[in-house]
Write a protein that binds this ligand. Structure first.
Ligand code: PLP
Length: 420
């Protein structure tokens, strides 16, 4: 295994099967899945509706005819997403990943505004292509890639910085907006194409700007004609419980949204939904060989229908609240827990050194081993790698939420006793 591969766990887990909200490894051990393959599994494993839709598509013999021909599955999915987006005259372009979706959105914005200048948020992660990595704000994730864009990173989730510590939400919000206005007036060279932002930052550790900040940014930027791209790769499809797309909870209808991850319940599918006039502009994005392929469309249509038919957004709000309330209640007894936060089924535990409050990535690694031993899979993230992320399939039941919570608390208590 190459040294750079970021495999979880001291001894890597090989997942070979799954049923409901649980997976099984090559050794036959079962785990309750609280990370869902980085949020790619949205409605559980081995779902008959998805399996049958994919099998039906395969049985037609139409494995792929490319986007030069009409594909019914694409039209159906695009119509659903356009309707759910709330964007006026929305059009959809399908890709194979979140990275490609963001690259496409940045291309659209740069073309529409004739500018390669963009804003993004600190602590963001948007993917691995040149454009997407340019708007990603963490040195480690950037891998020293050179940027084809001029990117300025805005405040929004960096309240740990000394100048912001202890500030109220309202004061921090005002400071962020004043900084944006200052940059627009004095720093940028010409027109800015877009702001790209995750409503809840995923890889950044499920951090979120204070309520109202993204709306305030939107209002200031709209005055200047700057486009707003909401990266919904992690927050789409009801995951946050609060809204079907994460940004809707902030009362913002963006110009574009990018999506991927959970839409195909594991099948590779992503895309952009954008204002029609933006989508109709450039010819450069007119084709993707694999984007929108019939099998991915079958999986995605079945998955999205399942989410809507079972009102999984409402369920995510309920199970998320069971987890968040349980963690908040236990927190005072757990000095290594610096913060618990989340929205819907995007929940985070920040692990710190009890004496100093400094990030403790080694405690997060230890926690992952302990929860693995107890039969639960979770994820990691945050700038310092000290944030444990929990994002189970939206089909998680209330009993499974309590079961997972029990394992998490047992692991934290055991580690606390060991630490003395
Ligand atoms: N945007 C966000 C918010 C993400 O979390 C990710 C992946 O983790 C991406 C974009 C990139 O998506 P992909 O890995 O499918 O290219």
């Amino acid at each position: 295994m190459p040294g750079w591969m970021p495999l979880y766990y001291d001894a890597p887990i090989e997942i070979v099967g799954g049923k409901g909200n649980r997976v099984v490894d090559a050794g036959g051990r079962g785990y309750l899945d609280f990370f869902a393959g980085i949020l790619t599994n949205m409605i559980g494993y081995d779902v008959p509706e998805v399996r049958e839709a994919v099998e039906r598509q395969l049985a037609t013999g139409v494995v792929h005819t490319s986007t030069m021909y009409l594909l019914r599955g694409q039209v159906e999915l695009a119509e659903k997403i356009a309707r759910l987006s709330g964007i006026e005259n929305a059009k959809v372009f399908f890709t194979n990943s979140g990275t490609e979706a963001n690259e496409t959105a940045l291309l659209l914005a740069a073309h529409a505004r004739r500018s390669g200048e963009v804003f993004a948020l600190r602590q963001s992660y948007h993917g691995r292509s040149f454009g997407a990595i340019a708007v990603t704000a963490n040195r480690a994730w950037k891998n020293n890639a050179l940027s084809p864009l001029t990117v300025r990173f805005l405040h929004g989730t960096d309240r740990h910085l000394p100048q912001f510590r202890g500030m109220s939400d309202a004061a921090y919000l005002d400071a962020c907006v004043a900084d944006l206005r200052h940059q627009l007036a004095t720093v940028v060279a010409g027109d800015v194409a877009a702001l790209i932002a995750e409503p809840v930052q995923g890889v950044g550790g499920f951090t979120m700007p204070p309520a109202g900040l993204l709306r305030a940014y939107r209002e200031v930027l709209a005055e200047e004609g700057v486009l707003f791209i909401s990266d919904e790769v992690q927050t789409g499809w009801g995951r946050t419980g609060a809204a079907f797309f994460g940004i809707h909870a902030d009362g913002v209808t963006p110009d574009m949204m990018t999506f991927a991850k959970g839409l195909g319940n594991g099948f590779a599918v992503g895309g952009v939904v954008a204002r029609g006039d933006l989508m109709d502009g450039p010819r450069a994005i007119g084709l993707s060989t694999f984007g929108g392929n019939p099998i991915a469309m079958a999986a995605a249509n079945a998955t999205l229908d399942y989410v809507l038919d079972h009102d999984l957004q409402a369920r995510a709000a309920v199970t998320g609240e069971i987890l968040l309330a349980g963690l908040r209640e236990a927190r005072p007894r757990l000095p290594m827990v610096g913060d618990v936060r989340g929205r819907g089924l995007m929940l985070a535990i920040e692990l710190v050194h009890p004496a100093t409050g400094a990030p403790a990535p080694e405690t997060a690694a230890r926690f992952m081993e302990e929860t693995r031993r107890l039969g639960l899979l979770v994820g990691k993230g945050g700038l310092a790698g000290n944030v444990v992320r929990m994002a189970p399939p939206l089909t998680l039941t209330e009993d499974e939420a309590r079961e997972g919570l029990g394992i998490i608390l047992t692991a934290l208590e055991t580690m606390g006793e060991e630490a003395g």
